[in-house]
Design a protein around this ligand. Structure first.
Ligand SMILES: Nc1nc2c(c(=O)[nH]1)N[C@H]1C(S)=C(S)[C@@H](COP(=O)(O)OP(=O)(O)OC[C@H]3O[C@@H](n4cnc5c(=O)[nH]c(N)nc54)[C@H](O)[C@@H]3O)O[C@H]1N2
Ligand SMILES: Nc1nc2c(c(=O)[nH]1)N[C@H]1C(S)=C(S)[C@@H](COP(=O)(O)OP(=O)(O)OC[C@H]3O[C@@H](n4cnc5c(=O)[nH]c(N)nc54)[C@H](O)[C@@H]3O)O[C@H]1N2
Ligand SMILES: [Mo]
Length: 562
């Protein structure tokens, strides 16, 4: 997020798009409700589904899925046409405006209406509301990013935000609501294929040298970009990846097109899964390493507003489970010793250890505590330099926090952007990789409900949650259902080009005609058998939000009771 959660309650307009905020980000959802109730802010929701916050919205635009660039460009079109943009900001802080103006010239609200289904008049009203607000905040999540155009969708939103001077101010900004408690932290730590901790690129000589010296590796660190998860699986199928360690993911249920995932994992020579439960993925592993859960270990989480916070051990880990860092260190030391032994045996016969052996000599990967690891992090990540366990005792700190007297940074890009000037990107509407057709006439959209978390490994073990939400369902518009002669609660088969599942139907107007919504929480109706694994070329995220499916009735007495 460029800004902070609390600012939701101190702004003029909140535009939420592609996020079911009330169900998936309930704390922020409450803040939004409060801001609206107390008449502090006006809410614009742009979402194909009638999500809970629509009740609180002044304006609800209902685009067809996968058409975001069209409505965003049309809003930019209106704001330029009606001279509502922030010329001072655009002049001083940005570049590329002319290319943007040229591109959006073609996106009249009328043309956007044809692509998105949003009435042109409504779109104009929303554009004016957003542009005329002294401060306007954009919140977005997976409805924007989980598309083959996900990166361009975000760029289009960035255009809108910069055009109206909403970057670098309190109560403004472009705010991706990060889904997991620590996904921001994982990225900060370098759990990405192209950067070391702190987003420091692996191809930068100076960066590599600094890490090498600090880690005393003796040998050159690799400057090669690795693979994302969604690239590793196809690479496994091609035999390019032979072994895998999966830590805290359950791709057998969470990745798109899971029959592919199964084949990919089966084709590995060796699979290790490190999890707190024996998941569908762990059941396929050669070795399972039991990990301690969040309540059983010390560390930090970095939340959606870049706030680093302490997590403290409350329970002892069960059995032989260990904190993830302890398991990783143990693995690294053993791998190191194995390399050392091999080197010693083969290198020169004189018993001179190879330089490769050095990184794993005694004292390496030998941390005593998570506090010790954090000390290394703050030494190597400039944005974390001023953060320490000692300071965190007094509350969380938002990075960048460059020194120990720095109070942390609630708002990014105040005086300049990381790259200097903010860049406008001229982006064009492109349809999703697979759209409904005659054979697969419904659009399948997937996401979440309040009561379960992802693949259900944790929440489906909770009695209370299972009492409220015991089984999966597919949400369908009653008009579509009556055409198919499908009744509420009936079990149907859902088929895509990649697979099929059965699930119970829930009739509701929340989903528009032609669209079916399902969660991926239930292993009994594993919806990712159906989803499309086409990727965004930059973000490498699959198109979880759009694919074509058909609905088949299951004949009476047949599969119905299975
Ligand atoms: N209860 C619960 N909370 C969770 C999670 C959970 O599993 N359960 N998971 C967490 C994680 S990791 C994440 S990433 C977040 C996800 O948080 P969200 O992204 O808020 O959740 P989703 O259910 O994926 O909802 C996406 C929204 O996008 C809309 N949408 C679909 N297609 C489009 C489109 O083409 N354009 C637009 N503009 N909107 C579209 C959908 O209708 C839906 O309202 O939730 C987090 N919070
Ligand atoms: N169809 C569809 N698919 C989706 C999405 C969608 O919207 N639609 N959303 C995608 C998104 S945004 C996300 S984030 C992914 C989530 O996908 P996954 O991350 O694969 O799903 P989870 O069920 O959260 O899996 C987390 C695993 O970590 C384990 N775990 C929990 N705590 C710990 C720990 O401390 N240590 C270790 N080692 N393990 C632990 C849990 O038991 C669980 O098995 O799903 C993606 N898949
Ligand atoms: Mo996520």
């Amino acid at each position: 997020m460029t800004n902070s959660m609390g600012e939701v309650e101190d702004t003029d307009v909140i535009l939420i798009t592609g996020s079911n905020t009330a169900e998936c980000h309930p704390i922020i959802g409450r803040m939004v409700k409060r801001a609206v109730d107390r008449k502090r802010a006006r809410l614009i929701v742009v979402d194909p589904r009638e999500v809970e916050l629509v009740k609180f919205a002044r304006i609800w635009l209902r685009p067809s899925p996968g058409a975001d660039i069209a409505w965003i460009n049309a809003m930019v079109h209106v704001i330029i046409e009606e001279d509502l943009w922030d010329k001072e900001f655009v002049d001083r802080r940005t570049e590329g405006f002319e290319a943007l103006r040229e591109c959006v010239a073609q996106y009249t609200p009328e043309r956007a209406e044809r692509i998105t289904g949003i009435p042109a008049g409504e779109l104009r009203r929303a554009a004016r509301r957003y542009a005329q607000a002294p401060r306007a905040m954009i919140l977005y999540a997976m409805g924007i990013t989980q598309h083959t155009t996900g990166t361009d969708n975000v760029k289009a939103l960035a255009n809108l935000s910069m055009l109206c001077g909403n970057i670098g101010i309190e109560g403004g900004g472009l705010n991706p609501l990060r889904g997991q408690n620590n996904v921001q932290g994982a990225c900060d730590m370098g759990a990405l294929p192209n950067v070391l901790p702190g987003y420091q690129p692996v191809h930068d000589e100076a960066v590599l040298t600094r890490f090498q010296q600090s880690w005393n590796t003796g040998v050159r660190l690799s400057d090669r970009t690795g693979l994302t998860v969604t690239e590793m699986l196809p690479a496994a199928l091609e035999g390019k990846v032979r072994a895998m360690l999966i830590m805290g993911e359950n791709p057998m249920l969470s990745e798109a097109n899971t029959s592919h995932v199964r084949k990919a994992l089966e084709s590995l020579d060796f699979l290790i899964v490190q999890d707190i439960f024996l998941t569908e993925t762990a059941q396929m592993a050669d070795v399972v390493l039991p990990a301690a859960s969040f309540a059983e270990k010390d560390g930090t989480f970095t939340n959606t507003e870049r706030r680093v916070q302490r997590v403290r051990q409350a329970l002892d880990p069960p059995g032989r489970a260990k904190a993830d860092w302890e398991i990783l260190c143990g693995l690294a030391q053993r791998v190191g010793r194995a390399i050392q032994a091999r080197q010693a045996a083969t290198v020169d016969g004189l018993g001179v250890p190879s330089p490769l052996a050095r990184p794993f000599s005694h004292g390496y990967w030998d941390y005593k505590s998570s506090a010790e690891i954090f000390q290394e992090l703050s030494a190597l990540i400039p944005a974390y330099a001023g953060i320490s366990y000692e300071r965190l005792e007094r509350g969380g700190l938002q990075w960048p926090c460059p020194n120990k007297y720095h109070p942390g940074t609630p708002v990014l890009h105040k005086d300049r952007f990381a790259r200097g000037l903010g860049k406008f990107h001229a982006v064009e509407h492109v349809p999703p990789a697979e759209v409904p057709d005659e054979a697969y006439p419904f659009l399948l959209s997937t996401g979440r409900i309040r009561f379960h978390y992802h693949t259900g490994t944790m929440t489906r073990r909770s009695r209370g949650l299972n009492w409220i939400a015991p089984e999966g369902f597919i949400e369908m518009n009653p008009k579509d259902a009556s055409e198919l002669d499908v009744r509420d609660g009936e079990r149907v088969r859902l088929v895509s080009r990649r697979g099929e599942i059965t699930s119970r139907v829930r009739l509701t107007d929340r989903s528009p005609r032609g669209m079916i919504f399902s969660t991926f929480h239930f292993r009994e109706s594993p919806v990712n058998r159906l989803t499309n694994d086409a990727l965004d070329p930059t973000g490498k995220i699959p198109e979880f939000k759009v694919c074509g499916v058909r609905v088949e009735r299951i004949s009476e007495g047949g599969m119905q009771n299975s």
